[in-house]
Design a protein around this ligand. Structure first.
Ligand SMILES: [Zn+2]
Length: 308
């Protein structure tokens, strides 16, 4: 944070996702962003591809990076992201050495809430939460117009809120009963398998035929009125309402936006049960809850908001 320069021209933004990699270029004068590179999937060779895109981008005046996993924001290091096979990557130094410009690193959900505040639905609001439903579940918060970062920039690991103390479903962190074990992109297929082998072990379901279950299969099967899929989706909806209620009770935001792949591919199926049930679990007044209008570009905007 606090990276700022004058007479800016073009700022590069990198959104490093577990399931995607995007690069944008922002004209500092107009603040217009052009997404110049986007790929689905990701692998450890991503740095080479980012370099290739940026090498051909002309003169840069700054680079903002949005990263999943755990970061040390002050040292500019991605400490760990098992899904990307990253450990202790000094990404800020690598970028600075190559391009000789200021570089900043933000947690992806925090980049998300900054994107919402400066370019999205939260421009008029002082208290905003953004919740990402990607391979995990993360949250960024602006409270009283201040971005809450935490000591290393990893504030709001809400995906590991406990929503079921009796759970035997293992979370990606190795512990039990966490929100993202049920409702994230990686959690949903595990939860479906858990239910097919448990409560629904004798039930017929099209989901049983899938060799490599992915989150999307649940939503597709529910659309086709598969009974197991409809029941599981109902539980996912209820747990999402609980998780979001915890965020409302913690931070009292006036706006919550939700985004990333699980939401953007299934907007109505995710949003509707949250709106319907969140009030059952809140003590604070329920805020406006919407899908982010900046879709997949949200963290790209947020990652460079510090420069503009
Ligand atoms: Zn967990």
């Amino acid at each position: 944070m606090g990276v700022r320069a004058t007479n800016m021209g073009k700022i590069a933004s990198i959104d490093l996702g577990v399931e995607h990699l995007s690069v944008g270029l922002v004209d500092a004068a107009t603040q217009r962003m052009k997404v110049v590179y986007r790929e689905r999937g990701n692998d450890p060779g991503f740095m080479r591809r980012v370099f290739k895109v940026l090498d051909g981008a002309g003169r840069l005046d700054g680079i903002g990076i949005s990263s999943p996993g755990t970061i040390d924001m002050n040292k500019g290091i991605i400490l760990g992201c098992p899904n990307l096979k990253i450990r202790n990557l000094p990404i800020v130094e690598r970028m600075r050495d190559r391009y000789g410009v200021p570089v900043s690193l933000l947690n992806d959900a925090i980049a998300g809430v900054m994107g919402e505040k400066f370019y999205g639905a939260g421009r008029e609001e002082s208290n905003i939460a953004h919740i990402k439903f990607g391979s995990g579940i993360g949250c960024g918060v602006i409270a009283d117009n201040r971005v809450l970062l935490g000591k290393d920039g990893n504030a709001h690991e809400v995906g590991h809120y406990v929503i079921n103390p009796f759970s035997t479903l293992k979370c990606s962190c190795g512990k039990f009963g966490h929100w993202e074990a049920y409702c994230s992109g990686r959690g949903i297929p595990n939860f479906v398998k858990y239910m097919l082998n448990g409560k629904y072990s004798h039930a017929r379901s099209s989901l049983r035929q899938k060799k490599q279950l992915v989150a999307k299969d649940l939503f597709t099967a529910a659309k086709k009125r598969d009974k197991v899929a409809l029941d599981v989706l109902k539980v996912v909806g209820m747990i999402n309402a609980m998780g979001i209620a915890n965020v409302i009770n913690s931070y009292d935001p006036e706006l919550i936006t939700i985004g990333n792949s699980v939401v953007l591919e299934n907007e109505d199926a995710i949003l509707r049960p949250i709106i319907k049930d969140v009030g059952k679990y809140t003590v604070n007044r329920v805020p406006k809850i919407i899908v982010t209008p900046l879709d997949y570009r949200l963290s790209l905007y947020g990652a460079v908001s510090d420069f503009l």
